[in-house]
Write a protein that binds this ligand. Structure first.
Ligand code: BDP
Length: 747
């Protein structure tokens, strides 16, 4: 079948051909073809007045030699970028000899840079300074850092100025990352699959390593360095013990070697039971001397081959993964066991607080981690960082902030975000997560009064920690476009930029990404940024409005499943009904003092706000309150009507996004245009499915009529419930048990 996008595009092509004939333009100048492989580092030619300005400011590349691998990477990037954008090769020289030279390096390797007063003290070990100065009588752009990696980051920053059409003739840029460890977590399995990965297989080709090093590793490393990512956890948190065997450690060392020049350290997820499964001990008890000795030996073995190894990430006592609890030990005793073996080498432990029990009688799921970890504050070693998911549940389209942020003043805390869109429609949905990340970072914990944002907890400015970090679960795979769609790339990009500066604006980042990925033309830029900024809220609206959460299908987490209820194979807190608490009296989870009192885990000011019906943000209302269907919202509508209208609004926004995109054919090359257009068509379909199934389900409980003008769902609730997708990319193990008979397909 021909796609709507291509039909539409053909219309444009006819018109366009006429215009071309009239104006004598070439199509190539309007839209540069791309298949997404080059991400935001496309370096397409600059035209018009800008070209002259940039050419004058980039005549030669000057650096002392010999260059380290990192400085060579900086030079190669500058050459690649300038050649692509300015259409000429910029020669490399030993010292500044002409106006418009770009001098790059550190004060350690370049006496010339040492002689300039650049104010490098302000940028620490990873930042950079870019300044336009007169050097040896020539007008020069100086890109300098205290370390080689700072220079590489500066080179990318300089190129971004050109990519986004910013002036470069009088530069005075000073930048340093606010967070020390900026890490991508790969949930990649050693068999090449990716848990919750929607962009093909793993990019790590374990079978080829260490003998063959795919050039893709370098393309990946460049992209990471361009946004300041400096760490990669190579394997799934549900970790295979084989990662710690010599066979795989050799492969890890090879990858570390490729990534090193780009400032990326490798880390590993480790199973807590490794002393048993790999070391053949009888126990993994953290207080057992034989267990401690085994880890010491293993860590020494790793550092022998990877001297800059970053450390470990652990998922312990969670979702069936082993942990210290099994031995009657605390999370702190478990974390410190690993921390003490890594400390002599400067390694860290990222200990996840995503710990909970699926026992039907356990307390409110969202309260468990806090109750386990809060009493342990002060018990963790200095090189342990507690890794909290942004919300207290599990990467839902919207959650309040995790109450552990700010509640552990004597412990290091880092933020874990999910870049892969497990719960937001997976690969085909258009959902820019810059806004979600921004919301998570700006949430005010009030731990030390107003302004105690999550950003300030994790950048160490609230409590003064030195080990600061942020992690994003990667959305990267073997697909040619890396992320399963062009727009998914923006989430990788936004994560890196916010990791560097957690106070940056999601809108600004979106704009820069669009300029680099598509075009600087305002006719494209404005509408696309508008789509991006509206996109995540649209998904919230059609999946989990008003503070609902976890209403998706079981297992695959794809598509609606508000009816999923506890059963023999479904623990209560893996069901949807547990979270909606929808019943004859109303809907929502009472987490006030009359309910689970999860609200009490927040600082008093925040708790009071969430507890008050008047002040609780409407978009978190049903997260904290169980309310009658006929409850009057501030808008004057009933809760039921508002809920339904949110589902409707979500679909309408996606339709608007699609309409907006379809008008942009002339500015985008056919491949990327069609893919995005067709994915948006698919998303309209999926959004309608979510809306209709959710309305059908909740109406069967509320028994209330639909607000005027809202159409009835085209199918019966029974039909929505019966629809079942057995296989979805990225779902670990087997999908849900779908009966292979004539199950219905929703309209
Ligand atoms: C859940 C994912 C599961 C992960 C888990 C985690 O569905 O695949 O293993 O998070 O973060 O959201 O450990």
């Amino acid at each position: 079948m021909q796609s709507t996008a291509s039909v539409h595009r053909r219309g444009w092509s006819v018109l366009f051909a006429v215009l071309l004939g009239l104006a004598g333009l070439t199509a190539a100048a309007a839209a540069h073809a791309g298949d997404g492989y080059r991400l935001w580092l496309r370096y397409v030619p600059v035209h018009g007045v800008w070209l002259g300005r940039y050419r004058r400011s980039a005549t030669e590349l000057a650096a002392s030699s010999p260059l380290s691998p990192t400085l060579r990477a900086a030079r190669a990037e500058l050459q690649r970028g300038l050649t692509g954008m300015l259409g000429k090769r910029v020669p490399s020289v030993r010292t500044v000899t002409a106006n418009g030279a770009i001098l790059f390096g550190t004060p350690h390797d370049s006496p010339l840079i040492r002689s300039l007063r650049l104010g490098l003290r302000a940028v620490g070990s990873q930042g950079y300074v870019i300044r336009t100065l007169t050097v040896l009588g020539h007008r020069t752009t100086v890109i300098a850092g205290n370390s080689d990696i700072g220079v590489l980051y500066g080179a990318f920053r300089y190129l971004r100025q050109i990519q986004t059409r910013r002036p470069i003739d009088a530069l005075a840029i000073v930048s340093r990352p606010k967070i020390r460890h900026r890490i991508l977590d790969f949930w990649d399995n050693l068999n090449g699959t990716v848990e919750r990965g929607y962009a093909g297989d793993s990019i790590w080709k374990w079978d080829e390593l260490p003998r063959y090093l795919s050039p893709r590793y370098i393309a990946f490393a460049r992209a990471c360095a361009s946004i300041g990512i400096n760490g990669v956890v190579l394997n799934n948190v549900n970790a295979s013990p084989y990662i710690l065997t010599p066979l795989y450690l050799e492969k890890v060392a090879a990858l570390a070697g490729v990534l090193r020049p780009y400032g990326i350290r490798v880390y590993l997820s480790v199973p807590f039971s490794a002393p048993i499964t790999v070391g053949r001990l009888k126990t993994a008890d953290p207080l057992d001397p034989a267990v401690q000795a085994w880890w010491r030996k293993k860590v020494a073995e790793i550092y022998r081959d990877v001297p800059d190894f970053g450390g470990f990430l652990t998922k312990a006592d969670s979702e069936g993964e082993p942990g210290p609890e099994q031995y009657g030990r605390t999370q702190a005793q478990g974390a410190n066991l690993l921390a003490r073996t890594l400390a002599p080498y400067g390694g860290i432990v990222m200990w996840r607080t995503f710990v909970y029990s699926t026992n039907p009688h356990s307390e409110d799921r969202v309260m468990q981690a806090y109750d386990i970890f809060k009493p342990l504050d002060g018990k963790f070693d200095q090189n342990v960082i507690l890794q909290n998911k942004n919300g207290p549940l599990d990467f839902q389209p919207r959650e309040p902030f995790n109450p552990l942020f700010g509640a552990m003043p004597k412990s290091n805390e880092m933020l874990e975000l999910e870049i892969t869109k497990e719960y937001l429609g997976q690969q085909t949905s258009f959902a820019y997560l810059g806004t979600l990340f921004e919301e998570a970072l700006r949430a005010d914990t009030w731990a030390r009064g107003r302004g105690s944002t999550v950003a300030r907890v994790i950048d160490g400015s609230l409590y003064g920690e030195r080990q600061t970090g942020i992690a994003g679960v990667a959305n990267i795979g073997s697909d040619r476009d890396w992320c399963g769609s062009i727009f998914n790339q923006s989430n990788w990009y936004a994560f890196g930029r916010l990791a560097w500066n957690p106070e940056a604006s999601a809108r600004t980042i979106a704009g820069q990404w669009v300029r680099m990925t598509f075009s600087n033309n305002p006719a494209l830029l404005r509408p696309v940024v508008g789509m991006m900024m509206a996109s995540r809220e649209a998904v919230v609206d059609y999946m989990d409005p008003l503070g609902l959460a976890s209403q998706m299908a079981a297992g695959t987490h794809f598509g609606p499943g508000p009816w999923v209820h506890p059963g023999p194979h479904m623990p209560p807190d893996w069901s949807s009904t547990y979270y909606s608490h929808a019943n004859a009296t109303g809907i929502g989870f009472d987490r006030t003092a009359s309910g689970s009192d999860a609200i009490a885990q927040y600082a008093p000011h925040v708790a009071a706000k969430f507890a008050s019906l008047k002040h609780c943000p409407e978009d978190l209302l049903l997260w904290f309150h169980h309310l009658p269907w006929t409850y009057r919202m501030p808008s004057g509508r009933t809760l039921w009507d508002s809920l339904v209208l949110h589902y409707v609004r979500g679909v309408d926004t996606v339709k608007w996004m699609r309409r907006t995109w379809l008008k942009l054919a002339r500015y985008v090359d056919p491949y990327r245009f069609d893919m995005t257009a067709d994915f948006l068509t698919l998303q309209v379909h999926n959004a309608q499915w979510w809306r209709d199934a959710s309305i059908a389900y909740f109406q069967s409980i509320s028994h209330l009529p639909l607000p005027p003008g809202v159409a009835r769902p085209p199918d019966t609730l029974k039909a929505y419930e019966a629809f079942c997708i057995p296989y979805v990319e990225g779902t670990p193990g087997a999908g849900p048990a779908c009966p292979p008979d004539d199950a219905p397909v929703p309209r």
